[in-house]
Design a binder for this molecule. Structure first.
Ligand SMILES: [Ca+2]
Ligand SMILES: [Ca+2]
Length: 289
């Protein structure tokens, strides 16, 4: 599924407005403006998530992602989860993560990847989204992600190192990302006891958010589901033991769809194009006269 978030485009467009305004004004003004003002370089990225879980394996909730300057830290192992991470890990809701991301101030572009047919991303499904960022902005340099593992009380996948996935270098050149999350990397948010009860376990039987016994712990690697417990005993989750050797949860890719260096002309080129346009306009007027 390809979904474009139009609201995100405005961020880079607003940054380009001064350049557009100067184009309307005069060529002389344009040259000086472009020479001294930072130029936004709109880059369209495709984020793709492939579920690598086996049939009757684990699923993922709509997956939060954000681009930032390296300062947005989702969690640290051994420390308590934030409210945003708790909500994401227990219920798959991202409103609080969204708020924490904006409050952090290190990034402005965030969103979510949904399953191709329904919100959860089921075993074997792929989903992608097109999103525009400013390649030249410090706030576009790093990529982070987080999703709840289904079914579970409070298991999730996410990068705890905010510097793990660098997307643009200092000069705005695209670096991208392509990585796999294994079952060994699944985490427990430490916020809800892993009782695997039907009424407390999302995707198993829980129908009301924030339902479960508070754990009061810290973020840790998940130890796996209860052997012979309710989850692994369900035929539809017969292959959900993510601690099994070789178990893979998901592959993430961040790819460049357009090249900002090619789509945003250099100042000299802009001047040349304006000059040609002006000459053509004059030529047509002469023909008409
Ligand atoms: Ca961290
Ligand atoms: Ca737990």
């Amino acid at each position: 599924m390809n979904t474009r978030i139009n609201a995100r485009i405005d961020i880079s467009k607003q940054a380009m407005l001064p350049a557009i305004a100067s184009t309307v004004a005069a060529t002389a003004t344009l040259v000086s403006t472009l020479a001294f003002a930072p130029i936004a370089q709109a880059a369209t990225l495709r984020i793709t998530l492939d579920s690598l879980s086996p049939t009757n394996g684990t699923a993922l909730t709509p997956t939060w992602f954000g681009f930032h300057d390296g300062s947005f830290d989702l969690y640290n192992r051994g420390e308590a989860a934030t409210l945003g991470l708790e909500r994401l890990a227990e219920d798959g809701t991202i409103d609080d993560i969204n708020a924490e991301f904006l409050a952090n101030g290190g990034g402005t572009v965030q969103g979510a990847l949904f399953g191709p047919t329904a919100p959860p991303i089921l075993p074997g499904e792929s989903t992608s989204i097109l999103i525009d960022v400013d390649a030249s902005a410090v706030s576009s340099r790093y990529f982070s992600y987080a999703a709840m593992l289904l079914p579970s009380n409070d298991f999730f996948i996410a990068n705890g190192n905010p510097l793990a996935f660098r997307i643009f270098d200092d000069a705005g050149r695209f670096l991208g990302a392509d990585f796999t999350v294994t079952g060994q990397q699944v985490l427990d948010s430490g916020t809800e006891v892993n009782d695997e009860l039907f009424e407390t376990t999302a995707f198993l039987g829980q129908s009301v958010p924030n339902t479960g016994t508070t754990e009061g712990g810290t973020v840790q690697l998940a130890g796996g589901f209860i052997p012979g417990g309710r989850i692994l005993s369900e035929p539809r989750f017969a292959n959900a033991d993510f601690t099994a050797p070789g178990y893979q949860v998901a592959r993430f890719r961040v790819e460049l769809v357009n090249d900002p260096a090619a789509s945003v002309p250099e100042p000299g080129v802009v001047v040349a194009l304006l000059a040609v346009g002006g000459l053509m306009l004059g030529y047509r007027q002469q023909q008409q006269a």
